[in-house]
Design a protein around this ligand. Structure first.
Ligand code: PLP
Length: 495
């Protein structure tokens, strides 16, 4: 376990070390019962004082994440909410022979998506956590036709590597698709990635490292937090309001720190679903230009903006299109309005930023699968794809109304949620004293899974939120899951 301390940071050394441990424990990366280094060892390993090391363990113990036993040492102790929530895939019987592995250090600070993955839950559990579209709503026939066509047309693609940037025909098909969506990005700006998540990882590996400060809107997609934590840069949370990331807070921060990059999901933000206004987008670009900051714009949900925002004339353009200076790196994935299993996306950038991202892509994986890119050319070139998106929006609008009607009828009014502007999530806020983490075991027991809001924070988590996805279940299962959810949440407010 390598812990990097930024000694020039405004955050105290004790707080940095405490957070490093807390995130590893909450992610399940440190196993229940794992013996932590002694106070003396920790102090020597990290070159921190004995008092600081002692304070770190003290506050972890107060948070209920470790237990210190006199004469024996300090041990990870999962709180009740974690003991069913973190992965415990390895049967106990084969865990013990590999105890020696615990002495092998690693560089993994946090992996919250892994720890919350619904994949390991029993299939009977109704999954309100995974953010995808139910397969019956997806254009399966368009995909089948596209794959069949590619195998006949491009058999040679099975015998060669893809260029690192991506297959030229696929890049053209994507560029044409983006142009049709009023996002004029051209092939020379595009690199094919294995999903948006890889785009983030490539950005973080290339531009972020110890000592760098990356500002990030909160609450925020946990996959990005995980990728940025791995770079050991300092993450500076920035709150959002109705119009998007708060520029006044960025301005304030920039008076005493040098922000290197800002991460934002301006359209259908995850988890809140909100859409950044055009005015705020312009202000953000102005701030970035004045302070020479890179922007990482993540845009996987744009196609899922709901009426009235969906009307293309009302939806503000991506920052990448408004940017005149080449400082926006744009990520787009096809997991949200299409198939998550494809694991394909793109990153768009300009100038030397583009070249550096292409270089890291070559190191990361030698290029994305060529046959898959070939298999999707016909899909992205098919005018029916745009028809499918239109129809999908209508069906999601119907679902969204169903969810809102259900919650406004059955949910205790002390539990708040925002009106949906788009995307596939709903962010619910419980009264301050109630922890959504503590409701997870109850939810599993009663047959549903959702994401606790705590994993959407890079620093100290707020625990009184949760996120549900309302697009992933079948028409029959969604009302059942919402019934259970309302029951659990109402009971938490009125035991
Ligand atoms: C904001 C955001 N970015 C990125 C991703 C990951 O997308 P992909 O499947 O394309 O890697 C998600 C998935 O939930 C997301 O919500």
């Amino acid at each position: 376990m390598h812990i990097v301390i930024d000694r020039s940071s405004k955050i105290s050394v004790k707080e940095q070390v405490r957070l490093e441990f807390a995130q590893r424990i909450r992610s399940g990366l440190l196993e229940n019962g794992f013996q932590l280094p002694s106070v003396r060892q920790l102090s020597a390993q990290l070159s921190i004082s004995l008092v600081t090391a002692h304070k770190v363990y003290n506050s972890l113990e107060i948070d209920g994440l470790i237990e210190s036993i006199r004469g024996k040492g300090s041990f990870v102790k999962y709180p009740k909410s974690l003991s069913t929530a973190v992965p415990q895939n390895i049967p106990q019987a084969i865990q013990n022979p590999f105890d020696w592995q615990l002495a092998i250090s690693d560089y993994l600070p946090r992996a919250s998506l892994w720890s919350q993955s619904a994949i390991r839950l029993s299939p009977e559990i109704l999954d309100l956590a995974t953010a995808s579209i139910h397969y019956t709503l997806l254009p399966l026939e368009l995909l089948q036709t596209s794959i069949k066509k590619s195998l006949q047309q491009y058999p040679h693609s099975l015998g060669i590597y893809s260029p690192y940037q991506g297959d030229s025909e696929f890049l053209s098909a994507i560029s044409n698709y983006l142009v049709a969506q009023k996002i004029p990005i051209h092939t020379h700006q595009l690199i094919v990635t294995n999903g948006t998540q890889q785009g983030m990882d490539l950005f973080a590996r290339t531009f972020l490292g110890p000592g760098d400060i990356v500002a990030m809107e909160v609450p925020c997609f946990p996959g990005t937090i995980d990728a940025f934590r791995l770079s050991h840069a300092t993450i500076q949370p920035v709150p959002i309001d109705h119009d998007g990331i708060r520029i006044d807070v960025l301005e304030d921060l920039s008076t005493h720190m040098k922000i290197k990059a800002i991460y934002t999901v301006p359209t259908c933000q995850n988890p809140t679903g909100s859409i950044m206004s055009l005015k705020r987008r312009m202000e953000l670009l102005e701030f970035a230009t004045n302070n020479n900051v890179l922007i990482l714009e993540d845009d996987p949900h744009r196609e899922l903006a709901l009426p009235p925002s969906q009307s293309l004339n009302k939806l503000p353009p991506p920052l990448k299109i408004l940017d005149q200076t080449g400082r926006v790196v744009y990520l787009k994935g096809f997991s949200k309005f299409l198939f998550p299993g494809l694991r394909l996306g793109i990153v768009a950038a300009d100038g030397t930023i583009f070249n550096r991202l292409l270089a890291i892509k070559s190191i990361a994986d030698l290029g994305s699968p060529l046959w898959l890119q070939k298999a999707l050319i016909a899909l992205f070139s098919n005018p029916q794809l745009l028809q499918y998106i239109k129809k999908l929006i209508q069906r999601l609008e119907y679902r969204s109304e169903l969810v809102t009607a259900k919650l406004s009828k059955d949910l205790n009014p002390l539990i708040r949620y925002q009106k949906k502007q788009g995307g596939m999530h709903l962010w619910l806020t419980l009264p301050y004293s109630i922890s959504a983490d503590n409701l997870i075991p109850i939810a599993h027991h009663q047959g549903i899974h959702f994401l606790p809001g705590s994993i959407f924070y890079p620093g100290e988590p707020e625990q009184n939120h949760l996120r549900i996805c309302w697009t992933n279940l079948s028409d029959d299962d969604l009302p059942k899951a919402l019934d259970i959810l309302c029951r659990i949440l109402n009971q938490s407010v009125n035991p």
